[in-house]
Ligand binder design. Sequence first.
Ligand code: PDD
Length: 277
Amino acid sequence: DKVIFNGRLTERSQINIDLEDRGYQFGDGVYEVIRVYNGSLFTGEEHLQRLIESAESIQIKVPYSISEMKNLLLKLIEENKLFSGIIYIQITRGVSQRNHLFPSADVVPSFVAYTRELQSPTEAMEKGVPAITLEDIRWLRCDIKSLNLLPNLLAKQKASEAGCFEALQHRSGTVTEGSSSNVSIVVDGKIKTHPATNLILNGITRQVLLDISRKNGLEIIEEAFSVEEMLQADEVFLSGTTTEIMPIIEIDKQKIANGQPGPVTKQLQVLFEDKIK
Ligand code: PDD
């Protein structure tokens, strides 16, 4: 497979990541995961825009424009003959002798991207999946798509060890988001999801969800909800690039409503499917 390494298309076996790359040593960088459906980027511009915003918020200047990055990614898709999958993109502050201080301005950020084949999780999306709740122990800039994912990894691992798909995080009882997805509930036909503050990643899928809901007459409000409200909700579902729209049918071993994916979630799955076709 080919990869993009500092702006150039190269063989994966040909690249060298320095052991003093700040991403490797400090997690000093940001990333994106973009879906490829039918050989095309899904919401590519939105992801690349967010990459630039994440980078700027930690004072990294992305050395390429959105259209330059898009062209590189399209070349990568073509070279790798990717039809259904993801592109992972990462940018770090670059290579420099280990020091907590930022390196001098002449150090260029490292930029890598590679592809992976991936199908939609259709079976799980039909049946729904169980989740656990967990205290959100992350920092206060969850809006930045930072490489520092240790709390997210710990949360996902804990969910998996409990036989669950995702960990639904909360701060003192107020639900924020999953370890790698956003979460919404449905109460009396109304959809609720956490507002796009510093406490969550403003998911691109979440933004698509807001858009398709509003265009199709579904009421959706950006308002935080409690763990209690979530457990009593009619429906709970996740949204994310790899997760798509995923029904949650059980939380902490307690069934959500009748323990089946609900009608609003199913409708959103259909609307989402129409959008990616
Ligand atoms: N994760 N919240 C968190 C913490 C995430 O890591 C993600 C995505 C989302 C959903 O965002 P989007 O709809 O833009 O994918 C929400 C990616 C897929 C990952 O880390 O693999």
